[in-house]
Ligand binder design. Structure first.
Ligand code: F6R
Length: 262
């Protein structure tokens, strides 16, 4: 059965919101959209460009994509990926890095080509960062822009590592991580004091440049910030609200993350 029929669709002013019974059902639907995009662009001889996120939220989507690949339903041979962000400073080999996460949870299990993978580097010298970020954004443009950007949302309202205070026209850059973001990462790093204080992130403007954006959120702990994202006015205090400005963004929730929507 098509899982979309199980979704209960609601509208905010601008963002369509789809509510599923649970994260697995929602993720099956998201994976299907990714597969449809890959097939459609591949049939035209074009390379699909995916913007990817780390964290717990996209894990069931990545599991579903791996399953579809193993069942010969899809190939990632011509897929190009750009990850949203990385901690700074961090080595890519560090278990908690976004780079290690992506290989462990997706890239090592599919047929994507190494040269098509882009993940912001967390081990640059400080004076290299600005130029590195400009080059990263130029590469996105050179590939024709991001077709589909996956996002989670932090409890601060961040998308990527665009913490409160990030403006709508922000580009890729080094940022200071919010205290709440570092607290949320503390378990992964075995203590808040071990969580890097900064990150390198695509900017809000980089993210809004994607053709389509899917923000996912699961669990009651996301319900408050999801309600702000969907129902509050656009504000730099909750950077995810900038998605309301995008003409092709959608929010995919499980029932718990949706429980504060009015
Ligand atoms: C990850 C990212 C972050 C996370 C957000 C939610 O690449 O950019 O914005 O999406 O912090 O994290 P989880 O999914 O762990 O709740």
């Amino acid at each position: 059965m098509d899982t979309t029929t199980k979704a209960n669709r609601k509208y905010s002013k601008q963002i369509p919101v789809y509510i599923y019974d649970n994260a697995d059902a929602a993720s099956t639907h998201v994976a299907k959209q990714i597969v449809d995009l890959i097939r459609k662009k591949s049939e035209r001889g074009e390379c699909p460009v995916l913007g990817l996120a780390t964290g717990s939220t996209p894990l069931p989507v990545y599991r579903e994509l791996i399953k579809l690949y193993r069942n010969n339903k899809i190939s990632f041979q011509n897929v190009i990926t750009f990850n949203l962000d990385e901690y700074y400073p961090i080595e890519p080999s560090t278990r908690q890095s976004c780079a290690a996460y992506m290989y462990d949870n997706l890239f090592n299990h599919i047929d994507i080509k190494e040269k098509n993978i882009h993940i912001p580097s967390g081990n640059l010298n400080r004076d290299e960062i600005a130029e590195y970020c400009r080059n990263y954004e130029n590469k996105i443009v050179d590939h024709g822009g991001i077709d589909l950007q996956l996002l989670g949302i932090g409890r601060t309202g961040h998308i990527g590592f665009n913490e409160p205070g990030s403006v709508m026209n922000s580009n890729m850059r080094a940022v200071k991580l919010d205290k709440l973001t570092r607290e949320d990462a503390a378990d992964d790093f075995m203590g808040e004091e071990n969580v890097p204080r900064q990150g390198i992130t695509m900017g809000v403007s980089t993210i809004l440049g994607a053709d389509k954006i899917i923000l996912m959120a699961w669990g009651k702990h996301k319900a408050n910030i999801v309600a702000q994202l969907v129902e509050d006015n656009i504000s730099k205090h909750v950077p995810a609200t900038f998605l309301q400005e995008h003409s092709n963004a959608e929010v995919i929730l499980d029932k718990s993350a949706a429980c504060k929507l009015t």
